[in-house]
Design a protein around this ligand. Structure first.
Ligand code: HEC
Length: 129
C-alpha cells in the first residue's frame, strides 16, 4: 500500500519533470542574445579563442586583420565556419557577425584598425595546400 502510493507520486513527479523539460528549453524570450561585439565574443567565441583572442582550442585572433585584409573575408569565415569551427551564420545575424568580427579586429589586433589596410609588415600569407 505504501509502495503503490509512492510509485504513483513518483510517476507524477516524473511527468511534471518531463513537462518542464518540454516547455522550458529553447524559449527565445528567456534568452536575449548579446548585441555588443564584446558580449557576443565573450559568450560565443572566448571559450575557443581565449578571452583576449590569444588562442586556445582555436587559433589566436590577434592577426586576423593581417590574415584577412578584407574584412568581408573574415566575416565569411565566421559565417560559414572553417575546419573545426562551426558556422555561426545560423546563430547570429549578419550584423552581429560583422559586429563581433569588428571587435576582434579592433580589440585584439596589434596596431591595426578595421578600416586601414594593415598589409605593411605582416608575415606572408601561408599557402594553403
Ligand atoms: C568550438 C570552438 C570555437 C568557437 C566557439 C569559435 N571558434 Fe573560431 N575557430 C575555431 C577553430 C578550431 C578554428 C581553426 C579552424 C581551421 O582553420 O581549421 C577557428 C578559426 C577562426 C577564424 C579564422 C582564424 C584564422 O587564423 O584563419 C576566425 C576569424 C574565427 N575562428 C572567429 C571566431 C569568432 C568570431 C567566434 C565567435 C562567434 C568563434 N571563432 C568561435 C574554433 C572555434
Amino acid at each position: 500500500m505504501w509502495s503503490r502510493g509512492g510509485s504513483r507520486i513518483l510517476g507524477l513527479v516524473a511527468s511534471a519533470a518531463l513537462l518542464v523539460v518540454a516547455c522550458g528549453g529553447g524559449s527565445d524570450e528567456a534568452y536575449a542574445p548579446p548585441k555588443t561585439g564584446a558580449g557576443i565574443y565573450e559568450a560565443s567565441c572566448a571559450t575557443c579563442h581565449g578571452k583576449s583572442g590569444q588562442g586556445f582550442v582555436g587559433p589566436s585572433l590577434v592577426d586576423t586583420a593581417v590574415e584577412y585584409p578584407d574584412v568581408a573575408d573574415e566575416i565569411a569565415v565566421v559565417t560559414n565556419g572553417i575546419g573545426e569551427m562551426p558556422a555561426w551564420g545560423g546563430r547570429f545575424t549578419t550584423k552581429q557577425i560583422a559586429t563581433v568580427v569588428d571587435y576582434t579586429r579592433t580589440r585584439f589586433a596589434t596596431g591595426s584598425s578595421t578600416t586601414t589596410n594593415p598589409n605593411t609588415s605582416g608575415p606572408p600569407a601561408p599557402s594553403s595546400p
